[in-house]
Design a protein around this ligand. Sequence first.
Ligand code: NAD
Length: 276
Amino acid sequence: TNVPDITLNNGVRIPQLGFGVYQVPPEDTKEAVLTALEFGYRHIDTAEMYGNEQGVGEAVRASGVPREDVFVTSKLNNGFHAPADARKAFDRTLADLGMDYLDLFLIHWPLPKVGDFAETWKALEEIAATDRVRAIGVSNFQAHHLQRLLDETGTVPAVNQIEIHPYLVQDELRSFGAAHGIATEAWSPIAQGRVLGDPVITAIAERVGRTPAQVTLRWHLQRGDIVFPKSVTRARVEENFALFDFSLTQPDMDALTALNRDLRTGPDPDDFNWIP
Ligand code: NAD
């Protein structure tokens, strides 16, 4: 495929465009991931919280694509931040995926009021010292959370996966990551569809002959972020992958960035305490 790689701070390469499976029902996950692999996606983003790791593993095995050609990310669920629990949760994730290694393992949420994410991070560092994971990172970390890891631990996260779309452009946090070698991954890259009717985006889409989803995803790619849009609709899975035969001009890029209104569709990471 023609998806470029991003090189993480430990030399591991990750395809810049992948497929997300949040809210894909477990019973539909195998088919959705098979469809994505068929269209050429080689990077799948799941989490224990999504309850569908088994379907991801089944799809990779059934696809005929060699395991080492697919980049698989999963995440530590919120109830398991204590180091001993984190180690067990990681084992469970590998067992559910039916894989003997993971490409990337993330702390899903910092939960700053619940536990001590720096201790959790040290548990991930131990796992990363084995051959069972190729890279470790975090999700939903603010700059001050990242700073604690930089100050108190020995490993810089390979990625920070955060909510980003044209209504929440997150340029400060992206710059912080870039300054410290932390790649940024953009979750809910089309704001679960909320940005697709925006008149600025629809006007650009019409002019360049692409869909609003393609224009928005292309904006992410040209900013250098890693994205993994989610869809269970075959035509959209294909559409969301067709991003490499056009580009946006700088004025169009700037017009999308100017749509920022600091609008979160998900929780504020500093206040989020939810444990499933
Ligand atoms: P998304 O922004 O990818 O939007 C998905 C929704 O948009 C779909 O359900 C569908 O309704 C619609 N859609 C998709 N493609 C479309 C198209 N071409 N045209 C029209 N509508 C379309 O939202 P998401 O699933 O929340 O985010 C993507 C991935 O990010 C997730 O699947 C998950 O892997 C990850 N994620 C991570 C976190 C986290 O806390 N780390 C949180 C949310 C999502």
